[in-house]
Design a protein around this ligand. Structure first.
Ligand code: ZN
Ligand code: ZN
Length: 391
């Protein structure tokens, strides 16, 4: 129990500083890729605590890797700190960021003679582009053996799943003419967009239940008396199953192609460079986290809920055994990405949950580093689940 006590004590010792940092990040919201205040604040603190810090990892200027220890099983805590435009910390990334820091500092201080590496990985720009997609591509997670983070919410869920997701823009090029004097000479790009929506709406009936296709008209012409020569629509396509998602994407693109043929326009297809993978939650780690959350004094109110959103931790979960539990910071229903949720993420209750989750993640890490058998089980379950998903 020495390590346990050390973990819990360290977070109590650092409590005032940790809450001060989370509150300061909340009060200085920075959007994705611009989180200079937050990353400077966190990396400065971690250096003071004896961590070796590499800034700008993966080519992202506000990303970092802060590590403690030289050899052994490598436990990583992901720290997010980006905010939403206008809304500020309406997703609670100030709490995510500092819970990861708390867990890392507490686990490092309790290591004693235990072999192991403890890292805090600063993962910026989650809301806009999915910074972890860049970090995974750059190999930042290649040496990490187990990765953890949490997300604040209105109910608690240990085994968080998510949908794989791809973003497309369909741009149609037509021919502009006066819409009344010689419309027969025109090729209406907006009609192609409308036909694309109609085609996709007809397709929905034949798609599996977990699929989501949602879009907007992003360009629809300039004036009602001019046949639009350019129009565009943005779509997000999601499914629990990455392979099936590929099939759905082909069908959706076929709707756009058909619309181009029908309207005599040409189609340009752009895919955003940030596809999200479905989250594969490591069950061994998630169960350990659940047990540790109880030991840290938290009452779990809902054990399982299927995720219907998409998270960039999904991409991490394909290269490293990972968990992304959601932990309630309120017993009221307050939708995320709202000013109400922003206010909630700067309360004493929210900071208490942040510290409790920090303790639970650190305890989870401690149990893993202490037990080689557990390490083996985590890696075995990871290989099996990835194989199942790929097969
Ligand atoms: Zn969010
Ligand atoms: Zn978020």
């Amino acid at each position: 129990m020495e390590g346990y006590t050390a973990v819990l004590q360290k977070i109590e010792e650092e409590k005032a500083k940790l809450v001060e940092m989370a509150h300061a990040i909340h009060g200085n919201p920075e959007v994705g890729g611009q989180e200079i205040f937050a990353s400077d604040l966190i990396t400065g603190y971690l250096e003071e605590k004896g961590f070796k810090v590499w800034r700008g990892v993966g080519g992202l200027k506000t990303a970092f890797m802060a590590s403690y220890g030289d050899e052994g099983f490598h436990v990583g805590f992901c720290s997010e700190y980006d905010a939403l435009p206008e809304i500020g910390h309406g997703c609670g990334h100030n709490l995510i960021g500092i819970a990861g820091v708390a867990a890392g500092v507490a686990l490092a201080s309790s290591l004693g003679n235990l072999p192991g590496i403890v890292s805090i990985i600063g993962t910026p720009n989650e809301e806009d582009e999915g910074g972890k997609v860049d970090l995974v591509r750059a190999g930042v997670f290649d040496d990490v053996d187990a990765a953890m983070m949490f997300h604040p919410g209105c109910s608690t869920c240990l085994h968080v799943e998510s949908l794989a997701c791809r973003d497309y823009r369909f741009i149609f090029h037509g021919r502009s003419v006066h819409a009344s004097t010689e419309p027969w000479e025109g090729r209406n790009a907006l009609d192609a967009v409308i036909q694309t929506f109609n085609g996709i709406n007809a397709l929905r009936q034949y798609l599996k239940d977990d699929v989501r296709v949602h879009g907007i008209v992003s360009e629809g012409g300039l004036a009602p008396n001019v046949v639009p020569d350019r129009a565009a629509a943005d779509f997000i396509i999601r499914s629990r199953d990455s392979h099936y998602l590929g099939e759905v994407v082909e069908k959706v693109i076929a709707c756009a192609r058909g619309a181009a043929i029908a309207t005599g326009t040409t189609l340009e297809v752009e895919e955003s460079g940030y596809p999200y993978d479905a989250m594969v939650s490591n069950r061994v780690m998630a169960d350990l986290f659940g047990e540790s959350l109880k030991e840290s004094g938290y009452k779990i109110d809902s054990p399982y809920e299927e995720g219907r959103g998409s998270i960039d931790m999904g991409n991490v979960s394909r290269v490293t055994p990972s968990i992304h539990p959601v932990v309630a910071i309120t017993d009221q229903w307050v939708p995320g990405h709202t000013h109400e949720f922003t206010a909630l993420c700067d309360t004493e209750e929210a900071y208490d949950v942040m510290l409790t989750v920090g303790k639970a993640m650190a305890l989870t890490g401690y149990k893993i580093l202490k037990d080689k058998n557990l390490q083996k089980k985590i890696l075995e379950e990871f290989s099996a689940s990835i194989k199942k998903d790929i097969g």
